[in-house]
Design a binder for this molecule. Structure first.
Ligand code: ASP
Length: 420
């Protein structure tokens, strides 16, 4: 019998993990180290890969005008899709009204159960720096410490500046030496991803089994309508918005797009971290979607850090849900504030598990909604985090396809990857 392809093996690992977690329950967490091993191996690649590939991507674009154009297109696409995502979330939450008429005893129960967790989220949000400090913080004082601490925004900033500066270095021999060094690093890191992906089926299996065993399928039973609104919104956004965009702008069939990106989606689902998924997203975009390195190495690290459509959509639904539960009328002005704040909050959300709910506090505070509302939704956050991360990653990949097509660089017959 033919061995199933890697994406199929990963999917099988995920399903088996869910089944085993549901049957065995909490004690299945003993196998979690296998999942953590996979996660650590992937994370190990992130910093050198992002730094080297972004530097090479920027330096090889060369022409500052072209770089500006690619950057402009990328940011425009990211902002548009994020605004659409929040609007979609608001529309669904206003039509379905998941928070209207919540049983007060259920509300009290949820507040009692999850109040402490919500307090922790609010505290973390309150200690965040001001907007000007946050912007200043993008510029590293010491790039080496940014690399050591995996501060992604600082790494991106330094890599971009380094890449631009390299294009102006007068001595061709120096330029070539630095460039080919980092090209070598980037290629080796991609190879490393291929190797690490060989254990992805086991890693995904262990992560899923542990998550289901620990949190139980019960998390889904509570707050079903709210969770359903978020999930439906995310699915509509992925199937309608990204599909239309890749079809209309890049002429790529949705089937090819989703088949190409599927392993990254599964890794995103099981890790809840678009940052940890980045190496897989970059690999799939290059080898399966026909996005040239020059574009993927620029668009994807940036997207993983600042483009979070899934998080933004979820924050829209969550804010309206909390307002409905507390019977607070937020009106059109409030809804517009949500669009603005959720866009900013999603940009500021780190690409790691569970941060979306922390930056949600920023959105709630701005519209004057009770922050303890976070306690109401904390119980279902784990599963929603998984699905919004899939959306975040899919959005980044669609941007890479579209920017490559707009640059006339999309390869309709991409090179095959061994990891497929
Ligand atoms: N886990 C999400 C991500 O990494 C961020 C979030 O919404 O919490 O993309």
């Amino acid at each position: 019998m033919k061995k199933p392809s890697l994406p199929t093996q990963i999917a099988i690992g995920m399903v088996l993990g869910v089944i085993l977690g549901a049957i065995v329950g909490e004690s299945i967490v003993v196998i979690k180290p296998l999942g953590d091993l996979f996660l650590r191996l992937i994370r190990m690649v992130v910093v050198p890969l992002v730094f080297a590939s972004l530097l090479v991507g920027t330096a090889t674009v060369g022409d500052p005008k072209k770089l500006g154009r690619i950057g402009g297109r990328t940011l425009a696409y990211y902002l548009c899709t994020t605004a659409i995502a929040i609007s979609l979330g608001l529309l669904i939450a206003n039509v379905v009204q998941p928070g209207a008429g919540m049983d007060p005893t259920v509300q009290q129960q949820l507040l009692a159960d999850f109040g402490d967790g919500a307090d922790a989220s609010v505290d973390r949000m309150r200690t965040r720096p001001s907007v000007s400090d946050a912007l200043l913080d993008i510029v590293p004082e010491n790039p080496m410490s940014s690399l050591a601490n995996a501060n992604m925004l600082q790494i991106i900033f330094f890599a971009l500046m380094f890449g631009v500066a390299l294009t102006f270095v007068a001595k061709e021999a120096h330029k070539t030496a630095v460039l080919s060094f980092f090209e070598g690093v980037s290629d080796a890191m991609i190879q490393l991803v291929h190797i690490v992906m060989l254990i992805a089926p086991i890693g995904v299996f262990a992560l899923m089994a542990a998550a289901v065993g620990q949190f139980g399928l019960d998390v889904l039973r509570v707050l079903l309508l709210y969770a359903a609104c978020v999930v439906v919104g995310l699915l509509i956004h992925m199937t309608l918005v990204y599909t239309t965009a890749v079809k209309l702008i890049a002429g790529m069939s949705p089937a090819r797009f989703f088949a190409g990106i599927r392993p990254a989606q599964i890794v995103a689902f099981s890790t809840s971290s678009s940052g940890a998924t980045l190496p897989v997203t970059m690999d799939r975009a290059r080898t399966k979607l026909g996005v040239p390195e020059q574009v993927s190495s620029f668009v994807l690290p940036l997207g993983a850090t600042i483009n979070m459509d899934g998080t933004a959509l979820y924050q829209g639904v969550a804010a309206v849900f909390i307002a409905q539960v507390y019977g607070i009328e937020i009106g059109l002005g409030g809804q517009l504030t949500i669009v603005l704040m959720a866009t900013l909050a999603s940009i500021g959300t780190a690409a790691v598990p569970g941060v979306g709910i922390i930056t949600l506090a920023m959105v709630l505070e701005q519209i004057g909604l009770p922050l303890e509302g976070i306690a109401l939704i904390l119980g279902v956050d784990r599963i929603l985090d998984m699905i919004r991360t899939v959306t975040n990653v899919t959005g980044d990949a669609s941007a890479a396809v579209i920017v490559a097509a707009a640059e006339g660089q999309l390869d309709s017959e991409p090179v095959e990857s061994e990891a497929a």
